[in-house]
Ligand binder design. Sequence first.
Ligand code: HEM
Length: 170
Amino acid sequence: MSWIAGELLAFCRWCNESSFGHGIRDSVWLFPFVEIFHLLALGLLGGTIVILNLRLLGFRFRNEPVAALARDVRPWMIGSIVVMLISGFLLFSTEAVKMYGSPAFQFKMSCLLLAILFTFTVHRKVTMLDEERIAPVWRKLAAIVCIVLWTAVALGGRAIGYVPSNGAAG
Ligand code: HEM
């Protein structure tokens, strides 16, 4: 096992045995309660991604300047991502070693890293530039990549319950 894999497994074991991991796992209602926040924030995040990218694709909100719409939508996007990260970590802590060996979770986390990096670098730049300064084809491409990455994260999350985990074997 590589050094980083060993460190990750040790972190997962720590989460699994943590007071909050135990507390949520041993409670009848806490896990579904936390998952409600994960799903509500998912809906809000999905809404912000759809609104902004329908504008970039030129399908909706064409009267709204892209930069102005992005300014209005971005606080909701960031807020929902923060809630997803916190609620996701709490869900993860209840079954962290199982998640360590879950191909669906590994896929989801890889896509999540790419989605966050892309959304707050290239996509952000595209939405801030004046529309005359960037060709429509680049705006459309940025919208499609953004939608594909976040959809992959959500599908990875949904697949967690269906794809068997290899446990600590990773
Ligand atoms: C911000 C991006 C995220 C999105 C879009 C997302 C999306 C999802 C979706 C769609 C599900 C399936 C819900 C269901 O069908 O019941 C899910 C479940 C889950 N997510 Fe996330 N998630 C995100 C972040 C995270 C993070 C950062 C973690 C952990 C560090 C995480 C851990 C989990 C776990 C453990 C489950 C499975 C819960 C179960 O066993 O039912 N998620 N997520």
